[in-house]
Structures are given as structure tokens and as C-alpha cells.
Design a protein around this ligand. Structure first.
Ligand SMILES: Cc1ncc(COP(=O)(O)O)c(C=O)c1O
Length: 378
């Protein structure tokens, strides 16, 4: 069946980004790109395979479901689960040989019991609260928490981790520096209990790019491994603070086809709510994509690319349809390709541009492209 909406992923771009990250962190640091959220929209299984083939060591996912999907696809590389796993699902953590983050005693108790019963070791990473105030164990409770874990003979504390709250949203990195200081202090408290923690990790994309001192033994970059800068601020900080140049290669394009072309008289309304009235005789292309697919309904002023030219959105985004103005693209024909995101000739619609139209961030644009839309790897 013909695809009417599809996503193209450049394998070369993904590979190039992993090489860039390898060069940034060196050979001895575990490179564990985040493939949660359907690999930021790029397709979980294929992207994971490409990342591993191009030199990634581990993969980070959010959920048990994602980890299971990767194991079922034959991926044997270490998988670290960043998100919560229900107590009733913890048995599968051992069956699938996963590493998980822990930050509450209920999880420790349940996993410890399962590990003891099965005689298998469960590898856990403690999340330390340093200022994000979401997952994490606070400083005052860390010693008690670690001692509780140590009372289970089959629980192995493999890692200590934290996550930065304010590193990509600003060029002032004092909050992140303070978080890093706290992380180091708390890690020292843990190690003073006489245990050696093999893996400390804190770095997302922005931290990996900007601050080598956040790399420790492992990094967990997400957005930048897909070729997108975490923010303008991170790009500017990198340019001014680091004495090196890198280029990130965006890997994703999102495409559709023209489903109808028609001419509408001057003074007619287009779409629901009659939000747009033509100011001239207007040639409209109807595109079979809408908010169900991830094209945000809040957008009112976007463009798409047809024959390398910009065609403006007219009227509201519908559930499965958008309408664009092709009056100035007379060569546009039925079933021709339309670029919603990506390059066409000399023009480009970046995820950052798209995010501005939708008043959000590039992360949300690519992760919200509906998982059911085929991903084609080119
Ligand atoms: C715990 C954790 N680590 C790493 C990442 C990757 O972040 P980024 O995509 O900014 O590199 C995320 C993303 O949300 C995260 O939640």
C-alpha cells in the first residue's frame, strides 16, 4: 500500500552523530543514547540498531515496554530503564536482564525479594536528588537508603545518577554547577560507606556537550544524537565556551502527498471555524495529515515545502487534513511529495522552526509524530 504520510530517517546522520559523541566523551566512557519516546520519533528498534552498530555501548529507555520491545527484536546490549516500573512488573527486569533506576524502598524490597528467590543479581542505579525535584533520593535519606539496599544480597548497586534541571534553558549554568557539586558530595557519602560504585552518570545532551566534568563513567544524551541542539542557549554556550567545533546532523524528515488541488474564489473561508478568508483567488492543496499524526492543532502560521518552495498553511489543522496555499506553485500536482519537516531543494523546515510555530521545543515536535506512521531508513 502506498504511504500517504511517512517519516524518513537518514542512517548516515544518526551514525555521524554517534561518532561525534564518541569523540566528545572518549573511548572509556559508556555512551548510552536515549531511545525512549520511539527514539525521539525516529523509530525505536531500527534507531537502536543503528546506534549500536555505530559505536554506542548501552541504550536508555523510559519504560519496561520499550525495553521488552528491544529484547524481542534481538538486541542484547545493556539497557538502562530511566522511568518507573510497577512493582508487579519487576520480575521482568531480571528476565530481560535490565538495569533500572531506583529511588524508593518499595521497589528495592520487591526487586531484592525477586532476586533472592531467583538467585540472579539485579543491577540497580540509585537516582540522587540534586535539584530537579522529580525522581531521586534526598541527601538526608541516602545513607539509610543505601544501607537498606545492602541488606539484600542479590542487589548490586552498579550506578549513581542524577539529572540536570536547568542546563539547556539558560546560558547561566550556576544551577547545574550546584547540582553537580551536590552530586559529587552525595556520591562521596555513599562511597564513604565502603562501597565502590562503578558507574556515576549525570549527563544529558547539553551536559555532555558543554561540561566534560559531568561525563563520569557514562553519558545519556538524547536529542543531540538525533542531530538537534537541545536549545539555542546550548548552541551559543558551546560556541563560546568550548574550543572545538562540531556539527550535528538532523536525521528526520516528515513527508506527505497532495490529495487534492482546487481553486477557491476570493472572499471564501477555509476550514473549521472559518478562521481564514481568501484575499485572492487561491489554489489550495489538500494534504492528508493532521493533528492525529502529530501536526499540532495550535499551529496557524506554518509552511510546508512543495517543489522546494514554501506553501503556507490556510485555516485550522484538522484531525486528518491540512490545507496549504499553492497559488504561487502552479507546477504542484496530485500525489506529489510534500515536506512537512526537513529539506527540499534549498529550503528547510527544521524541528526548531516547527517548534516555534507550535510554541514548544524541538523535542516535542519529533516525539509526537504518531508512532503508527511508517519510518523509512534511507
Ligand atoms: C534521565 C534522563 N537522562 C537523559 C535524558 C536525555 O536528555 P536530552 O534529550 O536533553 O539529551 C533525559 C531526557 O529527558 C532524561 O530524562
Amino acid at each position: 500500500m502506498e504511504n500517504l504520510v511517512w517519516v524518513e530517517i537518514s542512517k548516515d546522520a544518526l551514525k555521524a552523530n554517534i561518532k561525534t559523541f564518541r569523540n566528545l566523551v572518549g573511548e572509556s566512557t559508556i555512551l548510552a543514547p536515549c531511545v525512549k519516546a520511539n527514539a525521539y520519533g525516529h523509530g525505536l528498534i531500527e534507531t537502536s540498531k543503528i546506534f549500536l552498530e555505530s559505536g554506542s555501548d548501552w541504550l536508555c529507555v523510559n519504560s519496561l515496554y520499550e525495553a521488552r520491545t528491544l529484547r524481542e527484536a534481538g538486541i542484547t546490549a545493556p539497557i538502562y530503564v530511566l522511568g518507573y516500573i510497577a512493582l508487579s512488573d519487576l520480575e521482568e527486569v531480571l528476565n530481560l536482564d535490565l538495569r533500572i533506576v531506583v529511588y524508593n524502598k518499595e521497589t528495592v524490597y520487591r526487586l531484592g525479594e525477586i532476586a533472592d528467590r531467583s538467585g540472579k543479581k539485579a543491577k540497580i542505579h540509585i537516582k540522587i536528588e540534586t535539584g530537579n525535584n522529580r525522581q531521586g533520593v534526598i541527601k538526608d535519606e541516602i545513607v539509610d537508603f543505601v544501607q537498606y539496599i545492602l541488606s539484600f544480597k542479590n542487589l548490586e548497586i552498579e550506578g549513581l545518577s542524577t539529572h540536570f534541571a536547568n542546563i539547556e534553558d539558560t546560558k547561566d549554568h550556576s544551577y547545574a554547577e550546584n547540582q553537580l557539586k551536590k552530586f559529587n558530595e552525595i556520591a562521596a557519602m555513599v562511597e564513604n560507606l565502603g562501597i565502590k560504585i562503578p558507574l556515576k552518570h549525570s549527563a544529558n545532551s547539553a551536559a555532555t556537550l558543554l561540561f566534560p566534568e559531568t561525563h563520569f563513567e557514562m553519558v545519556r544524551p538524547g536529542i543531540a544524537t538525533y542531530g538537534m541542539w537541545p536549545s539555542d542557549e546550548t548552541f551559543l554556550s558551546f560556541s563560546s565556551e568550548r574550543k572545538m567545533k562540531i556539527s550535528l546532523a538532523p536525521a528526520i524528515s516528515w513527508k506527505t502527498k497532495i490529495a487534492q488541488i482546487k481553486v477557491i474564489p476570493n472572499g471564501e473561508f477555509i476550514g473549521y471555524g472559518c478562521t481564514y478568508k481568501t484575499t485572492r483567488e487561491t489554489k489550495i492543496a489538500i494534504l492528508p495529515v493532521g493533528y492525529y499524526d502529530g501536526y499540532d492543532r495550535g499551529i496557524s502560521n506554518s509552511h510546508v515545502l512543495i517543489h522546494g518552495k514554501r506553501a503556507a498553511l490556510r485555516g485550522r489543522v484538522c484531525m486528518n487534513i491540512i490545507m496549504v496555499d499553492v497559488t504561487d506553485i502552479p507546477e504542484a500536482r496530485l500525489e506529489e511529495e510534500v515536506v512537512l519537516l526537513g529539506n527540499d531543494g534549498d529550503e528547510v523546515i527544521s524541528a526548531e522552526q516547527f517548534a516555534k510555530w507550535a510554541s514548544t521545543i524541538n523535542y516535542e515536535i519529533t516525539t509526537r509524530i504518531n508512532d503508527r506512521i511508517p519510518r523509512i531508513y534511507v
